[in-house]
Design a binder for this molecule. Structure first.
Ligand SMILES: [Zn+2]
Length: 426
């Protein structure tokens, strides 16, 4: 006896007509024509059933603060950082919590059930850190929130930042962050990478740094990040976020760099919505795209995820927790429009970020958590093409969100009355 059975699902790997049996919050069986009964069934005939979306790079302390205290007029990264500096002293813990909880509600509706959020620890009050640790606890029944101690103003450049970072880790923040390209010099940037990786190694923590978020082809902190990862034996535990300078780097240098990154099993996170609007701002024309070299990094065997990064905050006026939109932008900017490329973009918002976050029990095999999304699409390509509706979102086998299929009601003589106009007709 199962608690719930999803019948005749299509899986991201292309298998179709598969039943998924759920028992005690876990996936108990994945097979065609599953024998047995359940207290409830969901007819998923022809629908894509996927493990949930995962956002590997987000800023939950600033989300939904757009317009506070004013709007970013230039739209640049540096005006965004300045604006955040104006807002920070005015932040109130309850308001941060309220906005973060509102965003987590949006996320659940989108089938986004795990988020790695950076939290700015360059604040002597550590207000946002306290707020997001509270949010993490409150959302735990329905969403995995992983926090990164992020020294926005530079761990060396900002007085007292190292002590604040340690305090944040002591309070329970999960991951060590950094921002080497924002330190005063290249040498300071490299020193910050070394320092932060050593802190992570001592404490047995993961690392995820904002690294080389710049159009400067000589911003090469990722090289140091790969080196320190190897030196400290942190293989597979360190991630470089953004890495936009790689877009502008000399190709010969990159031919050496990517194998070094692969040796260190560095994780890579591109943030396509943000990279495409914030990079190339000093260019006239031609204007660089500024996203890191996603297809090439994937081809070299690195785990690459797409992050949302920002939603309605000092850096970005748009966004809604829709990871299919993130994947859509990522594959456009990376020119990944072959079928394999589009599928890789779907992986970049599901299984790849789950790997980078070291999520336990993620996946579709028996024994995994029964965290699932039923999409109004027949396959991952269609899901991205149509930003498919999330018909059911399950957390530990329980329905936490649902919606009706999106249909147009037609009034055309001789034509059907309704049509799933988004769906593939072929
Ligand atoms: Zn970021």
């Amino acid at each position: 006896m199962f608690d719930l059975i999803l019948r005749r699902a299509t899986l991201p790997d292309g298998r179709s007509g598969i039943d998924i049996g759920i028992k005690d919050g876990r996936i108990a069986a994945v097979e065609a024509n599953l024998a047995g009964e359940a207290a409830a069934e969901i007819d998923a005939t022809g629908r894509l059933v996927s493990p949930p979306f995962v956002d590997a790079h987000f800023h939950m302390d600033s989300t939904l603060s757009y317009g506070l205290p004013r709007v970013n007029q230039s739209g640049t990264l540096l005006e965004g950082i300045a604006l955040w500096g104006e807002l920070k002293p005015q932040l109130v813990q309850d308001a941060i919590v309220e906005r973060a909880l509102a965003y987590c509600d949006w996320a659940v509706g989108r089938g986004l059930l795990a988020i790695r959020s950076h939290v700015d620890i360059c604040d002597p009050r550590l207000l946002a850190t306290e707020a997001l640790l509270d949010v993490k606890k409150r959302v735990a029944p329905y969403l995995d929130l992983q926090l990164v101690a992020f020294p926005q103003d530079g761990v060396l450049r900002s007085a007292g930042a190292k002590e604040l970072l340690i305090r944040a880790l002591d309070m329970g923040v999960d991951v060590v962050g950094g921002i080497p390209h924002f330190e005063r010099t290249m040498a300071d940037g490299a020193a910050s990478v070394r320092l932060l990786c050593e802190i992570a190694a001592e404490r047995g923590l993961l690392v995820d740094m904002h690294c080389d978020e710049s159009d400067d082809p000589l911003s090469r902190h990722v090289e140091t990040l790969a080196y320190e990862t190897q030196r400290l034996g942190l293989h597979g535990r360190v991630t470089g976020s953004h890495l936009t300078s790689m877009h502008s780097m000399d190709n010969y240098y990159v031919s050496k760099l990517i194998p070094l990154m692969a040796e260190a099993r560095l994780g890579v996170i591109a943030n396509p919505l943000i990279n495409i609007v914030l990079q190339g701002r000093h260019d006239t024309y031609p204007k660089r795209r500024g996203m890191t070299r996603v297809p090439e990094l994937m081809a070299a065997g690195l785990t690459v995820a797409f992050g949302h990064d920002c939603v309605m905050d000092p850096w970005y006026p748009l966004g809604s927790g829709e990871m299919l939109e993130v994947a859509h932008m990522g594959l456009h900017v990376g020119q990944m429009t072959g079928q394999d490329g589009i599928k890789a973009a779907f992986d970049a918002v599901t299984v790849n970020p789950a790997n980078l976050l070291h999520l336990d029990g993620y996946g579709l095999e028996p024994g995994c958590n029964a965290d699932l999304v039923v999409l109004q699409a027949g396959n991952p390509v269609e899901a991205i093409r149509t930003r498919a509706a999330r018909l059911f979102v399950l957390r530990r086998g329980r329905i936490v969100s649902r919606c009706e299929p999106v249909q147009a009601k037609l009034g055309l003589p001789g034509r059907p009355e309704t049509v799933d106009f988004l769906l593939n007709r072929g």
